[in-house]
Write a protein that binds this ligand. Structure first.
Ligand code: GLU
Length: 405
């Protein structure tokens, strides 16, 4: 596994060669404002005490309060959180929302905890960090393995400690706890809006064959949205396995199969393949929707997709990016492709602060307006500077941050 923070800095070096932003500006973006590590003691159900390691990286708040999710994963470590916080900074900037970048995490396999242990752990994270959080300071949200229910526990803990009643310190909450309509599907839907603007420019077929790595909130929603719009999802995967059916998967049945058996594998009528094989399938659109570091110098050359839509954060390494660029396979970059999630988080924050509740239609219309505009802006920057879409998106983001400096 490469160091994702190094990869992120490599991207920053690269963009400063495409457009000169000045050394001082780039130097400031190379380090986070604050990088906080905490220990979280949790009483386990069997009476023992376990200490977990947690993080919050507050990367940059030039455009607004630090904003970004909290990841629960056994591999989560500080360099990953730093990279993710850097990408959040650019993500909010490219979407044009008044938020800065941050990210948090806990090194834990949440599937090994009981619900009560998970709740104590989540509340413990807030207890250690309540001083630095707040609606106008730092606003966390869900990420890998963190759910609306976890956000509700966290918002409740924060309200207990500080007396803050706005509920605007955490986004991605359940609707009855101050959450926004549309937040659950926002990342997948946002990716689809971005894809739609780009697909016209990239001459993609009307009915695309789509392969999706990852079947969590983002991957599963994307699969459904692409299918609803007439595309064919030919493969999906989870952390254990992948399934492939040339004529298209029936997603409802796939969901039911996964619920019943706990896995995707052995789905009737589909072929079991590996996650690596999924990435190399003959398809129109490849959607990595799982983790960093999936498309690397080792497999980039074998990618056959016509376009890659990055719904995960950092799935393509800088070396792979270069190979794909040479092969003429456009990569619709994470910082714009998956920015629908944080954009609707921003709407949730605004609704909480104003005491409003917007309809799903209002939320989707606003989301589409923002992403259509930002997609076109990214495309025009990429063309102006004769560079990749990722560099185009970086230029849009950095111009916005620099203007505010
Ligand atoms: N974790 C999501 C992301 O990586 C959402 C962040 C948010 O809603 O603040 O973009």
């Amino acid at each position: 596994m490469q160091n994702p923070y190094q990869d992120a800095m490599h991207q920053l070096d690269k963009v400063s060669k495409v457009k000169n932003f000045g050394d001082d500006f780039i130097a400031r973006l190379r380090i986070p404002d604050r990088d906080i590590r905490i220990s979280i003691p949790v009483s386990m159900d069997d009476g023992t005490l376990k200490i977990f390691e947690g993080y919050r990286v507050e990367y940059n708040n030039t455009l607004g309060p630090y904003k970004g999710g909290i990841r629960y994963h056994p591999d989560t470590e500080i360099n990953e959180v730093k990279a993710l916080a850097f990408w959040m900074t650019l993500k909010c900037a490219v979407a044009g929302i008044p938020m800065g970048g941050g990210k948090g995490g806990i090194t834990v396999d949440p599937h090994k905890l009981s619900k009560a242990e998970l709740e104590r752990l989540s509340r413990g994270w807030v207890k250690k960090l309540s001083d630095v959080l707040g609606p106008h300071k730092d606003v966390p949200a869900p990420d890998v393995n963190t759910t609306p229910e976890i956000m509700a526990w966290m918002a409740d803990e924060y309200a207990k400690i500080t007396g803050d009643k706005t509920r605007a310190t955490f986004t991605g909450k359940p609707i009855h706890n101050g959450g926004s309509e549309g937040r659950g599907v926002a990342t997948g839907l946002g990716g689809f809006y971005v894809f739609n603007i780009l697909s016209k420019e990239l001459n993609l077929p009307e009915k695309c064959k789509v392969a999706i790595q990852g079947f969590g909130n983002v991957g599963a929603n994307a699969a459904e949205i692409f299918t609803q719009h007439g595309h064919i999802v030919i493969a999906v995967s989870d952390s254990k396995s992948a399934i492939y059916k040339e004529s298209g998967l029936d997603l409802e049945k796939v969901e039911a199969h996964k619920k019943n058996t706990g896995a995707l594998k052995d789905f009737e009528g589909a072929k079991n393949i590996t996650n690596e094989e999924l990435l190399e399938l003959n398809c129109d659109v490849l959607i990595p929707a799982a983790f960093e570091d999936q498309i690397t110098k080792d497999n980039a050359d074998k990618i056959k997709a016509k376009v890659i839509l990055e719904l995960a954060n950092g799935p393509t390494t800088p070396e792979a990016d270069e190979i794909l660029y040479q092969k003429n396979i456009p990569v619709i970059p994470d910082i714009l492709a998956n920015s629908g999630g944080v954009t609707v988080s921003y709407f949730e924050w605004e609704q909480n602060l104003k005491g409003e509740h917007w309809t799903e239609k209002q939320v989707f219309n606003k989301l589409k307006t923002i992403l259509d505009y930002s997609s076109k802006k990214m495309l025009s920057k990429a063309r102006e500077f004769k560079t990749s879409l990722r560099m185009g998106a970086f230029i849009v983001a950095l111009e916005r941050i620099k203007e505010k400096y």
